[in-house]
Design a protein around this ligand. Sequence first.
Ligand SMILES: Nc1ncnc2c1ncn2[C@@H]1O[C@H](COP(=O)(O)OP(=O)(O)OP(=O)(O)O)[C@@H](O)[C@H]1O
Length: 351
Amino acid sequence: MYLQPTDPSRDRLMTVASSADAVSFPVLIGDIGGTNVRFALLESPEAAPLVMDHVPTAEYPDIQTAIETCVVGPTGIVPRSAVIALAGPVHGEGVDLTNASWKVRPRDIIAATAIDDVILLNDFEAQALAITSLDPEDLVQIGGGSPLANGAKAVLGPGTGLGVAGLIHAADRWIPIPGEGGHVSFGPVEPDEFPLWEVMEPEHGRISAEALLCGRGLVRLYRAVARVDGAAITHETPASITEEAMAGDPVCVRTVRLYCRFLGRLAGDLALIFMARGGVYVAGGIPPRILSFLQEPDFRRAFEAKAPHEAVVAELPTWVVTGADPALKGLAAFARNPERFGVSLDGRRWR
Ligand SMILES: Nc1ncnc2c1ncn2[C@@H]1O[C@H](COP(=O)(O)OP(=O)(O)OP(=O)(O)O)[C@@H](O)[C@H]1O
């Protein structure tokens, strides 16, 4: 097709093609969550990533300081480019993190460091990229059959927030579909759930999937369960609820089982939306910590309860991503071979 210079789609084609532009090494890889910052360095396309220890996001005033203190200082390696995934939408001059105070501005990174090429991606886009690069030991399968090679995939991850993304294979490359799927509305389905919704504290005036399926969502659910069961509310953090559930506390056990049921329900909805014959991947910081509960029947039962399509959904595999730092693996795969992925860098690359 010949495109007139004035044809607006011409610029778009050129922008997508530019995503195949190589980045210069060493590359700084970053996964910036609402709670944790994870950095790694990729010294060359062939090198294994040099992964730094996680640090709390709140310990640093901004990303420039975190890069200098956590990466350049301890390693002496000066990155030339950066591929960074963040928990927040990329807009105009950068990203304001959704669940933390950082305002990430690539122009500030370029001004304050030796980095002169910055690519920003959505954190769940990075999780989606990672799915193509995970090793078998990074995954625990829970139910379903074998994935269809090149079948669509979905990923969801409860952590500080709830990230959701799809991944489709088209035109010989993997194309991530980031979105705000964590904010879909979420309602009661089984009889024992309706009383919970009557006492649950809403968030932004409603109960979304993220209002339940993230760290603070686990606390919200626990409080509702305790109220309905007439029990004292004695836990205030997600970690203490899961620890007490492991120890057999009845209210915490019921809370975590419901959490797994709701996670399975949302995972099943995503399986339907994407017809995820390549499987659904449950990532994020919380699922590996409740793996034994996810392996009980509730998660998969809720995943498959999708009449009239329960037979189709029963075939679709689900995995918990238990390997460390999956987003870093996705970003490293992208930095090494951007042309493997259909990622538009339109408005997301600064040089
Ligand atoms: N043992 C535990 N059991 C359950 N939840 C936990 C536990 N330890 C930490 N958490 C919760 O996990 C969440 C952090 O998850 P994660 O490590 O995925 O964060 P993140 O990547 O910074 O977040 P996000 O990318 O969603 O902004 C916090 O809400 C924290 O309270």
